[in-house]
Structure formats: structure tokens, C-alpha cells
Design a protein around this ligand. Structure first.
Ligand code: FE2
Length: 289
């Protein structure tokens, strides 16, 4: 065992969301990671999005392009319909996940549907290594019944979208596989003021985003509180003890860092300025996809 991995995890950073509006009037709580990308590599952005509640008017995200990375959408409540230039049509409902590898280019829309005209969920942007930035686009969708749940003590549970979570003799493996950066993506639900040991590999740096309630994590014996709409970045290290102060829900993200330069412009994320200029030029000339 590497002695590095026996150490307590260290707090690398705590980030609060910025409130913004994107698409056609969609409320976003956003964490853009590029100010300190080496801490987050390969995660580029996390959005918690909400639309259509309380009679709010929104048309979601009308047609727009992407190149050079993956967009991952996890729906908590409500629904949206995805359509892209490849002819994929998907209805993403509560508890479902869409994993879209934009690669060389995708043009798509994400719009509310008439019967369920509201939505609340997350979109994360996961970078691709240079060798896969211009790969053929790929669209994958998983319904809520395909996302396994690992049940822990006290009614706490982990929904596993990607990676494997193990507790005692039980484990759950998410349906998302064959992703360049080998991510774990979990949705952890704690039912009240309880404790749990998060079963995450000690070799992995961990990102946690709290979207409901608040949790304490023990680091070197001292507790740090993470409130709703905050993200924490933790170094690799030994087991992670989490205490919920109330009903609390949070996302856990890990992945292999890519360690390559990032140059981005809006929906394009490449390695160099020249590649960004090319993407803009391709889009303007109708040859992005
Ligand atoms: Fe998009």
C-alpha cells in the first residue's frame, strides 16, 4: 500500500455556485472550473439547472453546438427532450441520465415537453483527451430503472451513474462505461442527521457538490461544513467520513486527470487557440458536424 494513500484527505478548495441564466431563460447555479482547472481536471463545468417552476416561462436550450468534450445530463425532476443532428431523440425523465460525447461536433437542443413543462437537474462537462476530441459523436441515454442504487445503513443510499460503489458484501456498478477519463458519478442521499463512510477509492481526488441540506466531512480530525450549492475538492487519501446535519443530497465525481492544456470558447473546448478558431470557422461555415 502506498503510504501517500493512508493519509487523511486534504481540502484543496471550496467553491460556491454563481447564479446565472442560460439557454432560453433557464436558471443556472454554475461552477466554472477553468480558473483553477488543474484542481478539477477533467471536469470543465457543473450546472444545476431549473426551469418551468412556479409558472416561469422557459424554452430550455434551443439548438446549439458542442465540440471537444462530453456533456452529461442527470435529471432530478421533470423532463426534457433531446434532439440532435444525428437524428437521436431522447426523453430524459426524473432519475435518467444522458451521456453525450460531442467529439468533433454535435448540434442539439434540450427542450421542455408539453406534458411536464418543468425540469431540475445537472449538466456536467467532462473534457476529452486530445486524441479523442475529434472522435465521432456518440449519444447514450439511460432511464431511471437502469441506474442502480446501493443501500447503506440508516436509509442512506448511493445512486451509481458511473463507476462502482461497494459497501460490505454489496456493490453497484453504473451503466455508463467506456469513457476516456474513467469517471465515478454518484448521487448520494442521506435521509437525516446520520453518518456514513463514503466508499470511494483512496487513490482518487474527489469532487463533491451538495445540492440539498448540508454535510460535514472530517479532514485531519477537524470537520468542514459544505452547504447547499457548494462544491469541495479533496485530495486522494483514506476513507471519507460524512455527517449529514439534515436531509442532505450531494453528487460525488472522480475521474482520471488528462493533464493537457485547455483552451475554450463557449461550447467548444480544445487544446489550442488555433483549434478554437477552426471550430468557430467550421460552425460559421456549416461544417462543424
Ligand atoms: Fe448542449
Amino acid at each position: 500500500m502506498n503510504s501517500e494513500l493512508n493519509r487523511s484527505r486534504e481540502l484543496i478548495g471550496v467553491y460556491s455556485t454563481q447564479q446565472t441564466v442560460d439557454g432560453d431563460g433557464v436558471e443556472i447555479q454554475r461552477i466554472v472550473t477553468q480558473q483553477a482547472y488543474e484542481q478539477f481536471d477533467p471536469f470543465l463545468m457543473l450546472d444545476e439547472f431549473k426551469g418551468g417552476f412556479d409558472g416561469q416561462q422557459t424554452r430550455g436550450f434551443p439548438e446549439h453546438p458542442h465540440r471537444g468534450f462530453e456533456t452529461v445530463t442527470y435529471m432530478l425532476d421533470g423532463a426534457i427532450e433531446h434532439r440532435d443532428h444525428l437524428g437521436n431523440v431522447g426523453r430524459l425523465v426524473s432519475g435518467g441520465v444522458q451521456w453525450m460525447t460531442a467529439g468533433r461536433g454535435v448540434l442539439h437542443s434540450e427542450l421542455p415537453i408539453a406534458e411536464q413543462n418543468y425540469f431540475h437537474g445537472f449538466q456536467i462537462w467532462v473534457n476529452l483527451p486530445a486524441s479523442e476530441k475529434m472522435t465521432e459523436p456518440k449519444y447514450r441515454e439511460f432511464g431511471p430503472e437502469e441506474i442502480p442504487t446501493l443501500n447503506l445503513a440508516n436509509g442512506n443510499c448511493i445512486k451509481v451513474i458511473a463507476g462502482t460503489a461497494t459497501h460490505e458484501e454489496h456493490s453497484a456498478t453504473g451503466p455508463v462505461k467506456d469513457v476516456a477519463t474513467q469517471p465515478d458519478y454518484w448521487d448520494v442521499n442521506m435521509l437525516g442527521a446520520t453518518e456514513m463512510s463514503l466508499p470511494i477509492s483512496s487513490s482518487k481526488r474527489v469532487l463533491m457538490y451538495v445540492y440539498e441540506g448540508s454535510i460535514d466531512i472530517k479532514l485531519k480530525g477537524a470537520a468542514s461544513t459544505i452547504d447547499s450549492q457548494q462544491m469541495v475538492v479533496l485530495s486522494p487519501g483514506e476513507s471519507l467520513e460524512v455527517t449529514a446535519n439534515e436531509v442532505s443530497r450531494f453528487l460525488v465525481l472522480t475521474a482520471e486527470p488528462i493533464n493537457e492544456p485547455v483552451v475554450s470558447w463557449g461550447p467548444f473546448v480544445m487544446n489550442t487557440r488555433e483549434e478554437i478558431k477552426q471550430a468557430i470557422n467550421d460552425y460559421n461555415h456549416g461544417v462543424l458536424v
